[in-house]
Design a protein around this ligand. Sequence first.
Ligand code: PHE
Length: 340
Amino acid sequence: MREELDELLNDIAGRVFKSAEEVEAFRVEFLGRKGKMKDLMSQFRDVAPEDKRELGPLINKVKGAVEERVALEQAAFNRKVETKASGVDPSRPAGGVPQGTHHPLQVVRREIVGIFKNMGFGVVEGPEIEDDWHVFSGLNFPPEHPARDMQDTFFVERNPDLLLRTHTSSVQVREMEKRKPPMRIIMPGRVFRNEAVSARAHCMFHQIEGLYIDKGVSFADLKQNLLHFAQKFFGPDTKIRLRPSYFPFTEPSAEVDVYWGLETEVDKKITKGTGWLEILGCGMVDPNVLEVNGIDSKKYSGFAFGMGIERIAMLKYQIGDLRLFFENDKRFLDQFKGER
Ligand code: PHE
């Protein structure tokens, strides 16, 4: 009987199964009501008592080997069935991990900052929660100026001297407090205004402010710096024009347009038929602002400018709705794959 058991063990190990049905037949052959294990058990009853001690474990070994094969093979065939049904093969090599994208505002901010860095500007940031001095008073806003109005500014209810900055010009004031001219810095950051959210306006957006103060800084320097920026950003043939404007903290002040063109219907629409598009506000730092911030306006002069990052990004990528920047819709963001 020992030889028979050894042969069975060999047989079990050597079996090859081509289908789940074959596995089932194998199971019945050994473990079924009239199966080989049954036979072995009845033979075992007649074995001499002195041999039982040796043959008992061997029979158990055969039974264990059968059960193990059956379990393994059944599992393998079940897996194959699942794969067919779901179309997924869980044993295939893993695919790549999907990569995120840089947010278009981040891409544009980095590009603008990079251009000014190459021109020798340093980068400075300031707080988003500010006080009246840094956002308004230190920038020559008269006490009754409409920008201070509840309608434009978010005030902190518990302490009305605290507010969310409405522009990054507040960082100018902080820097003038901290150091002496010459200074040549750009100040990117988030700003807040109490406006109804629409395709063209949002209660939160981003600006980049620039400030250059030194001896003998002139309006010509301002214009040349901005022309250089526009040509780096929009292309070497870009034309700009300056239109007179007003800001409390600059005198004279201007708004800068780039020539966009009038070729298509879209060009006509976005430039309102003029071919020109406004990109930023700027001017010579008002001597009052220099003086209240401790800088001698007879010795020093400077220029400042400020632009909205969303506005520039909308022009660069031809995006028609500002809200898209803040919704984080993957379908929108995925279009900026590869931009850095
Ligand atoms: N702070 C101005 C604004 O938010 C922009 C600006 C900055 C204009 C610096 C002139 C000089 O509209």
